[in-house]
Structures are given as structure tokens and as C-alpha cells.
Design a protein around this ligand. Structure first.
Ligand SMILES: Nc1ncnc2c1ncn2[C@@H]1O[C@H](COP(=O)(O)OP(=O)(O)OP(=O)(O)O)[C@@H](O)[C@H]1O
Length: 297
């Protein structure tokens, strides 16, 4: 199934509650998000922003009424296994597992080295893959989770090649692909190579680009970054997800000021929707949020 191809999302009379005895947290949402649109979702704590995007993944199976369609298909009519892998997400914090870049990016071994590398270049993860690291312990077991890996790498002649690569010298690889494979097969987190939150988020972005998702959801993806790292990630997202429908939940309003439209949620309802500059000029909810947000600081 090559769905979705456009990335159009339509909420119709959509309401949600977490338990039958609890109150509605989303109330009668009617919303059309067009293919390729960049949407910022804002609102105060507890307004219902996360619930809105959770609904797309059908994370709240009970207690919903109304419908959500993606490219005309009602998402309740397909299995979760078909739905969820087709939506890309960059969560608040990306988890990096012990293992290589490749194992983290392509755990199911579905992609070629070229595809992973191309996405790593676009997402700028390649800078992380190639970053100079402390390699003095490369040949000690302490560097690895297990001794078997060291043995395996030594036998494969990796260690020598990695050392040369990391010191800027050219090892004798038979091909460029082999060189890329070697770098992607390196462990992500050696004990001395801790990644920043921003770098970790590049893994999720890279995965998203590998899968060429038509819909991407950024749920406070840059919340734990400083403003500079946030701007950098936003810039990459703007360039590389040009064709993609992107829904961004953000507390920091600067993150969503480049959106095509902003949706303001208040107590479970969509109370404002429009271009950021247009909403900023109205004396409404968004203007109020801007006032409280120390915008740009
Ligand atoms: N699993 C849950 N069970 C019951 N109530 C929940 C659950 N998750 C969220 N809620 C409630 O639903 C309402 C909306 O929460 P939601 O997380 O969607 O808001 P939000 O706007 O994303 O908030 P924040 O900015 O703090 O993340 C809140 O009142 C919250 O307490």
C-alpha cells in the first residue's frame, strides 16, 4: 500500500476522551490540513496538543467520536500495523540504543547503505557519524559492550581502517560504499562519545527521511535544545521536508513562526487558526501566548 501519497489530513467532528468517566479532552475538532503544509500546534499546558497528534496514531482507541482521514482514507478502517509505520515522528527525546549507527537507523535491515547515507547527509547526521572521536581506546574491550565485538572488528580489519579514517588519512577501501558501511557500522556511543540531545534528534530525522514519510510529526522535538540548535534543526526540516506535511507541537513559539499556519488549541478546542503574522496581530489567544512566551529570548 503506497498510502499516504499526498499527506492531506481531515478531522471531522472529532472528539476524544481517555476514559468513559472522564471529560472530553478534544471537542468537536473540524480541521483540514493540506498536503505539504507546515502547521504549528500551540496552546497552554494541558490544552490537548499531544492528544491531537496521538489521535493520528490511534493511541487512544476508546472514547473517540467523529473521524480522521488521511488522503481520504478513514484511519480507523486500517490496522495499526499499517497506520503507524506510515507516519513519521520526531519525539521529544530520541532514544539511542547500544549498537552501531546502522543498527539504530535501520533495525530491520530494510535499507541500502546508499539510502541510509543519503538520508544521513540530508539530516546532517553524517557530521555526527564522521565526528572526530577519542579513538585511543578503540582497541580495548572497555570501548565495546562486549569482547566479541572487538574480536569481530579486529578480524574484519575494521579497526585499522577506522583509525585511519578518524585521523583524516585515507585507508585503502575497495569502494566508497565499503567506507560508508564501515562508518555506519561503528558504535554510536563509545563511553567518551556522548551525544547531545540535538544530535540524538538527528537520528529520528534521518529515519524519517529514509522512509520518505509524507506526514511528519514533531512533538516538542526541539524542547530540550538550546535556541541555536533548535534553529539549526528547524532549518534542516524546512529544507528537507519541503514536500511533507509537518505538524509541529512547540512550547517555544519561535519554533513555529515559520509555519504556514498555526493552530491554537484551548481547553480541547481549536480556537484560532491562521498564518502566524495574522494571528499575532489579532488580540486573541495566540497574541496572548506570544506575550507570555518571552518570544525570541
Ligand atoms: N493518558 C491520559 N489519561 C487521562 N488523561 C489524560 C491522558 N493524557 C492526557 N490527559 C489529559 O488530557 C488533557 C490534554 O492533555 P495533552 O497532553 O493532550 O495536552 P498538551 O496540550 O499536549 O499539554 P502539554 O503542553 O503539557 O504537553 C489534559 O487535561 C491531560 O491531563
Amino acid at each position: 500500500m503506497s498510502w499516504p501519497q499526498q499527506g492531506k489530513i481531515v478531522f471531522t467532528d472529532f472528539s476524544l476522551k481517555y476514559q468513559p468517566h472522564l471529560q472530553l479532552v478534544l471537542k468537536n475538532i473540524n480541521l483540514t490540513i493540506n498536503p505539504g503544509e507546515k502547521i504549528g500546534i500551540v496552546g497552554r499546558t494541558g490544552a490537548g496538543k499531544s492528544s491531537l497528534v496521538k489521535s493520528l496514531f490511534r493511541l487512544v482507541p476508546e472514547g473517540t467520536t467523529g473521524s480522521i482521514t488521511i488522503d481520504g482514507l478513514d484511519i480507523s478502517s486500517i490496522g495499526l500495523g499499517d497506520l503507524r509505520p506510515r507516519l513519521g515522528i520526531i519525539p521529544q527525546e530520541s532514544t539511542i540504543l547500544n549498537g552501531s549507527y546502522r543498527e539504530n537507523l535501520d533495525p530491520m535491515n530494510e535499507f541500502s547503505i546508499e539510502d541510509i547515507w543519503a538520508a544521513a547527509i540530508k539530516s546532517q547526521l553524517v557530521e555526527v557519524v564522521k565526528q572526530p572521536r577519542d579513538y585511543t581506546n578503540l582497541e580495548t574491550e572497555e570501548y565495546y559492550d562486549n569482547a566479541a565485538k572487538l574480536k569481530q572488528w579486529r578480524q574484519a580489519g575494521y579497526l585499522q581502517k577506522i583509525k585511519l579514517l578518524l585521523t583524516g588519512k585515507k585507508p585503502n577501501f575497495e569502494s566508497q560504499i565499503q567506507q560508508r558501511r564501515t562508518l555506519l557500522d561503528m558504535d554510536v556511543c563509545g563511553p567518551r562519545n556522548q551525544l547531545s540531545n540535538g544530535q540524538k534528534q538527528l537520528f529520528s530525522l534521518c529515519r524519517l527521511l529514509m522512509h520518505q514519510h509524507k506526514i511528519a510529526i514533531l512533538d516538542e522535538a526541539t524542547a530540550s535544545m538550546d535556541l541555536e540548535a533548535d534553529r539549526k534543526l528547524q532549518k534542516i526540516i524546512h529544507t528537507e521536508l519541503k514536500e511533507c506535511t509537518v505538524l509541529t507541537i512547540a512550547h517555544r513559539l519561535e519554533t513555529v513562526m515559520n509555519s504556514d499556519r498555526i493552530i491554537v488549541i484551548h481547553q480541547g478546542e481549536v480556537v484560532e487558526i491562521g498564518a502566524p503574522a495574522e494571528l499575532a496581530q489579532k488580540q486573541g489567544h495566540f497574541a496572548e501566548l506570544l506575550k507570555c512566551n518571552n518570544f525570541g529570548e
